[in-house]
Design a protein around this ligand. Structure first.
Ligand code: FE2
Length: 362
């Protein structure tokens, strides 16, 4: 069931709760080229947590740690490890959006509030999503500061690698819950279903999953939702759920307009990616014609390619970004294609399963 769309303009920021925000900010700065642009903590009057806002292109990553043990952020990290806590969405009217979302069945967890300082005011509220994930709704038309009241600008050096914006945010939910969350985003947000993949599309010799993609009408927000499907061995989605202790964000896909450049620089900085077998590149030019990239470059960097009727796309996946095999990044360059890489699922999942087997979980 699809309701009238909520007035959602796009993703404002993604907040990741981490054990040590100071060290995490160094990793995302030096490893991925995000610039630290704002800070909040005791020095800015916030006593119980610290946050570092990292930016590259239009993508904003907020890294937050608790400063005291008995704190919701500390409990989140104790349970889930480092992970996405909030996919914040920019809206036109916070009060109306909140009232409407709750009326349509969302669980409100922070009533609309107005935050003010010398740079103006912004409005925010939050509802809960899958697992312990939340969506903050934020209205910032009347705010000219660096990010939000309580934050001070910081000037850290960054060496960007061409990351531009969040392309999509993927949820892993429990077996049998995918349909529930697809309906939730339809009923509450007015999102429509873009694509659906069943376990025949997404299975290997060992394991399987199902996936549906929901999006807003302008497609500035795209949420694929995965659930494990029964297979001969444990689904990679189930491994995630076991380590994350429930549903949560599996990966953030980040758009770049030159993936060869991006991956070359990330590899030089020691960022680790999933491997792709040599055999993947045999016959690739026949499967996808008219690519402007050199096949040797794609093979050297282990970049995957997929196509649909509108064009092609390049993608690659990092290894998990923390010790638990949970959150990772996808880097994606779209050249017309609106695909999510269906043609690569088998190669990708076999690669994930090799890693899963090394952890003794396949
Ligand atoms: Fe993806």
């Amino acid at each position: 069931m699809k309701a009238d769309p909520l007035p959602i303009e796009g993703i404002d920021y993604v907040e990741v709760y981490v054990g040590n925000a100071k060290q995490a900010s160094y990793f995302y700065q030096k490893g991925f080229g995000f610039a630290p642009v704002a800070y909040s903590g005791p020095e800015t009057g916030v006593k119980d947590k610290t946050s570092y806002l990292m930016q590259q292109g239009d993508m904003r990553l907020l890294l937050t740690s608790a400063l005291v043990p008995d704190h919701p952020i500390a409990r989140f990290v104790l349970t889930h490890g480092d992970g996405v806590a909030d996919i914040a969405l920019r809206v036109k009217d916070v009060e109306w959006t909140y009232k409407e979302a709750v009326k349509r069945g969302a669980k409100g967890i922070r009533d609309p509030t107005v935050l003010k300082d010398n740079s103006g005011y912004l409005k925010g509220c939050a509802i809960s999503a899958y697992g312990d994930t939340v969506h903050t709704f934020i209205e910032r038309d009347q705010y000219r500061g660096v990010f939000a009241p309580g934050f001070t600008p910081i000037k850290g050096k960054a060496d960007p690698v061409g990351l531009q914006k969040v392309d999509h945010v993927v949820a892993n939910v429990e077996e049998g819950k995918m349909e529930y969350w697809v309906e939730f985003y339809g009923k509450v947000f007015g999102f429509s279903q873009l694509i659906s993949f069943d376990d025949k599309d997404i299975s290997t010799e060992y394991s399987a999953l199902r996936s549906k993609v929901v999006h807003n009408s302008s497609s500035t927000v795209k949420f694929p939702i995965n659930e494990p499907a029964p297979g001969r061995r444990k689904s990679q989605i189930q491994e995630y759920l076991d380590y994350f202790k429930g549903a949560g964000v599996q990966h953030l896909a980040i758009a770049t307009n030159d993936l060869v450049f991006t991956v070359t620089h990330l590899q030089q900085r020691g960022i680790e990616f999933l491997n792709t077998p040599d055999s993947y590149y045999e016959g690739l030019t026949k499967r996808v014609s008219g690519m402007s990239e050199k096949i040797e470059d794609l093979k050297k960097l282990r970049i995957l390619v997929d196509k649909d009727e509108k064009g092609y796309m390049l993608q690659i996946f990092t290894k998990p970004l923390q010790d638990r095999p949970t959150l990772f990044f996808e880097l994606i360059q779209r050249k017309g294609s609106e695909s999510f890489g269906k043609g690569n699922f088998k190669a990708l999942f076999e690669s994930i399963e090799q890693e899963q087997a090394r952890r003794g979980n396949l």
